[in-house]
Design a protein around this ligand. Structure first.
Ligand code: THU
Length: 139
């Protein structure tokens, strides 16, 4: 991926931090999801007083995209931190990795973890979810 495109994704993910609804943890997360055709969908985490209904930023972005007909994705960028301050990389939780496994090719889907627009790391889904269980297992 080109650096310019990565930085655009980082900017969008950072913008999402201000929309995060995280009154319980105070941990704000933003995500930007890129389709194979180049369209971007954003997401933030949405917490709940009952805790377990909480939706992560990554799944918010995926569900927005899938609910609008998207099925093919090339990358996601994730940023997060306490009170929206990006002190460290925020890696996707196991549930979000599994949702990625449903719609993404584990070898080509890229997961960009960023601290700012110059400081980021890129992993494949395969690296973050080795031996993942996906639709091919049921074929
Ligand atoms: N969270 C995300 O949105 N994405 C991640 O990758 C890690 C965790 C959210 C869930 C919860 O609202 C808060 O961060 C603390 O776990």
């Amino acid at each position: 991926m080109e650096k310019k495109q990565i930085q655009k994704m980082i900017d969008l993910a950072i913008e999402q931090l201000s929309f995060a609804y995280a009154p319980y943890s105070g941990f704000q997360v933003g995500a930007a999801l890129l389709t194979k055709e180049g369209k971007m969908y954003t997401g933030c985490n949405i917490e709940n007083a009952a805790y377990s209904p909480t939706n992560c930023a990554e799944r918010t972005a995926f569900f927005k995209a899938v609910s609008e007909g998207e099925r093919q994705f090339q990358a996601i960028c994730i940023v997060g931190g306490k009170n929206g301050v990006l002190t460290d990389y925020t890696a996707p939780c196991g549930v979000c990795r599994q949702v990625m496994m449903e719609f993404c090719n584990p070898d080509s889907f890229q997961i960009i973890l960023a601290k700012d627009r110059e400081t980021y790391k890129i992993f494949s889904l395969r690296e973050l979810l080795p031996m993942g269980f996906g639709p091919d297992n049921l074929a």
